[in-house]
Design a protein around this ligand. Structure first.
Ligand code: SAM
Length: 246
C-alpha cells in the first residue's frame, strides 16, 4: 500500500524547509494541501510540480475516504498545512488517525512547529509542558479553560490571534492573577520576531500603547509552589487564632 507523509513547511522563513521535506514533496504522487494556492507558491519556490488535493477543515470528512482509497491503491501522499507541522492545531489530525485505523503507513517528517520553536527560547521550564492550541473564543468557555490550567505547575502553551490577544490577556489576569509570568513569542522566524517576557500586568500594560500584530504563541509559567517562609512563633499563633476564630 501507499504511504502518508506528514510534511512540515516553514512558519515564516522560507529557508526552514528540510532537505528531506523537499525530497518527499518531490517524490510523492499527490500533495494534500490546506490551501492549494498557498502551497502552490511554496512548491513554485522549490521548483516542484505536483497534483494537489485540497484538504481543509471544511471538507475533511468528505475528502478522507478519497485520500484513503488513493493510499490503499498504492499511491504516496504528502500532507501539508499552511504553515508548520500538519495536525498541530491544523486539519490533518483526522486524516492521520483515519489512515492509522486502516493500517496504512503514516510517516511523520520532523520540522518547524511554532509552539516548540517558542518554548525552547521562552526562558520558561521546558519540560514537562502542556500544549493547548487555540483557546475557546467565547468568554465563559475561555475562562473555564484557563481555570483548568490554573494549578498546573509546568509551562502551558497557547496559540492566539492578534485581534483576540488583549481580551485573552484580560481573561488570564482575571483567573491567574496579574503577577503570573507569561511569554509572548511573536512572528517567529520572520523579520519582526520578538519575545515579550514579563508578568501579565506588565505585558498588558505594553499592549495599552502597542497594537498586537502578527502571529503569536503565548506561554504561561506554571503555578509556583508556595515558597517556604520563615514564620516566627508569634505569627504562627496569630494565624492559628485567626483560623479558629473564622
Ligand atoms: N501547524 C502550525 C504549527 O505547527 O505551529 C500551527 C497552525 S495554527 C492554524 C496557526 C497559529 O500558529 C497562529 O495563529 C499562531 O498562533 C501560530 N503561529 C504560526 N506561525 C507562527 C509564527 N511564525 N510565530 C508565532 N506564532 C505562529
Amino acid at each position: 500500500t501507499g504511504k502518508l507523509y506528514l510534511v512540515p513547511t516553514p512558519i515564516g522563513n522560507l529557508s526552514d524547509i528540510t532537505f528531506r521535506a523537499k525530497e518527499i514533496l518531490n517524490e510523492v504522487d499527490y500533495i494534500a494541501a490546506e490551501d492549494t494556492r498557498h502551497t502552490g507558491q511554496l512548491l513554485k519556490n522549490l521548483a516542484i510540480k505536483k497534483p494537489m488535493i485540497s484538504f481543509h477543515e471544511h471538507n475533511t470528512q468528505e475528502k478522507i475516504p478519497d485520500i484513503l482509497s488513493l493510499l490503499e491503491s498504492g499511491h504516496t501522499i504528502a500532507q501539508v498545512s499552511d504553515a508548520g507541522t500538519p495536525a498541530i492545531s491544523d486539519p490533518g489530525e483526522l486524516l492521520a488517525k483515519a489512515a492509522i485505523e486502516q493500517d496504512l503507513t503514516v510517516i511523520s517528517i520532523p520540522g518547524p512547529a511554532a509552539f516548540l520553536t517558542a518554548l525552547v527560547a521562552s526562558g520558561l521550564d521546558v519540560q514537562p509542558f502542556t500544549y493547548i492550541g487555540f483557546l475557546p473564543r467565547k468568554k465563559t468557555q475561555q475562562l473555564e479553560k484557563i481555570e483548568e490550567i490554573k494549578a498546573i505547575t509546568h509551562t502551558t502553551i497557547f496559540y492566539e490571534a492578534p485581534h483576540r490577544l488583549k481580551k485573552t490577556l484580560a481573561n488570564l489576569a482575571e483567573v491567574l492573577g496579574e503577577s503570573r509570568r507569561i511569554v509572548l513569542a511573536r512572528e517567529l522566524t520572520k523579520i519582526h520576531e520578538q519575545y515579550l517576557r514579563g508578568t501579565i500586568a506588565e505585558i498588558s500594560e505594553y499592549y495599552q500603547t502597542n497594537e498586537p500584530r502578527g502571529e503569536y504563541v503565548l506561554l504561561v509559567e506554571g503555578m509556583q509552589e508556595a515558597t517556604e517562609e520563615t514564620v516566627t512563633p508569634e505569627e504562627l499563633i496569630n494565624e492559628v487564632n485567626q483560623s479558629v476564630a473564622s
